[in-house]
Design a protein around this ligand. Sequence first.
Ligand code: URA
Length: 189
Amino acid sequence: MDFEEFESRVKKCALCGLSKGRTNVVPGEGSYTADVMFIGEGPGKDEDLLGRPFVGAAGKFLTELLGIIGMDREQVYIANVVKCRPPGNRDPLPEEVETCWPYLEEQIKMIKPKLIVTLGRHSMNRFLPGLKISQVHGQPKRYVGIWQEKQIYLPVYHPAVALYDPRKKDIIIEDFKKIPLILKKLNDS
Ligand code: URA
């Protein structure tokens, strides 16, 4: 399986009802050899129109956050738990998440990220069930992995929350600053 084949398959997907309302599938984008993978919830309006993840207001803030830690979008990989926009930006339904999950698993197996940063509680709970984001954001967690037995995850708030809660903006920035430190530790060990 290579990325080209993967993307052409996911772009044709009609396994759940979300396929009916989409303009474009949003498979994900970035470096196929990234050390860090960011996983959001699902495409919004702008992402659906362009077929690219995190290109709206939350995406601009994500790009800014990466800049703060000296990284850019080309060196990381950005994906979502579901690849098609839920209508009206509602939360994806559990069955939609389950149907789309094998695509995300395949991406993780191909990229083999050292660190997975979950953006928001829905993404976090898919990997780290039962945790509360208000209690664990910014804390690296070692838990069951997909391409390796144990994976390091960093749960952070969704960048969109900073758009309506400015106090969370500083929290997200501080949590993002942990990313280079965690990567350095993983590379040194
Ligand atoms: N929010 C997400 O969770 N993902 C996107 O791609 C855009 C906004």
